[in-house]
Design a protein around this ligand. Structure first.
Ligand code: ADP
Length: 213
């Protein structure tokens, strides 16, 4: 069932019952509004994924990650709406050779996940640092965590540990699949460390050669 099934159903009802009472009509419109939002996110993510999979040559530039960290923090605050403490940690003065928009999209997905899978009152840390000479972007949260058996499968399309939770927080099930593709194109790898009920760290390790000191 796609969101369109729901929207189509309501449209049919409204066509059949032109004199529907205002409260019901309002409820239907509200649900249709939610479902079109879901459909929009799904289409956008599918398009992003298909562009990445087409394997078009990626334009590489010097990307100012310290700048991007500030933007990611602002975006995180927008998503959190005051429900979490969001902080930047150890922002290394390092630029990265890569594609700005792809990196922004990948990092943004990790940030959005941390917020969506962390209950109110939790903390989210955004990190940009060097670990053993490698540039690392990481997001640490104090959220619900992921059981070890699920971790290897998280980047599969539409793989979700808890479908209901993913959906209710606006997930498409494609975020980490997009992340995986972007990282592949940057020869980077994703490392996930997590404890159920305690939190997670999603860390992206880039090759040392991509760093500009
Ligand atoms: P979704 O849209 O479902 O969030 P993703 O591809 O972004 O899709 O993530 C896949 C699954 O990985 C999620 O459904 C969720 O179960 C799990 N997940 C991702 N990030 C986190 C996180 N920070 N904490 C706990 N679980 C996570």
């Amino acid at each position: 069932r796609t969101p369109l099934t729901v929207v189509g159903g309501f449209i049919e009802t409204m066509l059949d019952m032109p004199d529907i009472d205002p409260t019901t009509r309002e409820q239907h419109l509200q649900l249709m509004h939610e479902q079109t939002g879901r459909m929009q996110r799904l289409v956008e993510d599918l398009l992003a994924l298909s562009r990445l999979e087409n394997g078009q040559q990626m334009k590489e530039d010097e990307v100012n990650i310290p700048n991007m960290m500030q933007i990611l923090r602002t975006e995180a605050e927008g998503l959190s709406q005051g429900r979490h403490t969001i902080s930047l940690e150890g922002v290394a003065p390092l630029r990265l050779i890569g594609n700005h928009d792809e990196l922004h999209s990948a990092f943004g997905n990790l940030v959005s996940n941390a917020i969506r899978y962390t209950p109110q009152g939790g903390a989210i840390r955004l990190i940009w640092e060097e670990r053993n000479g490698q540039p690392v972007f990481a997001v640490r949260d104090t959220g619900i965590g992921v059981a070890p058996e699920h971790i290897p499968r998280l980047t599969e399309r539409f793989y979700r540990v808890d479908r209901g939770r993913s959906r209710s927080t606006g997930g498409t099930g494609l975020g980490l699949a997009i992340v995986k593709h972007v990282l592949q194109r940057h020869q980077a790898r994703l490392e996930v460390q997590s404890r159920l009920g305690e939190g997670s760290e999603f860390a992206v390790f880039f090759p040392a050669e991509r760093a500009l000191h």
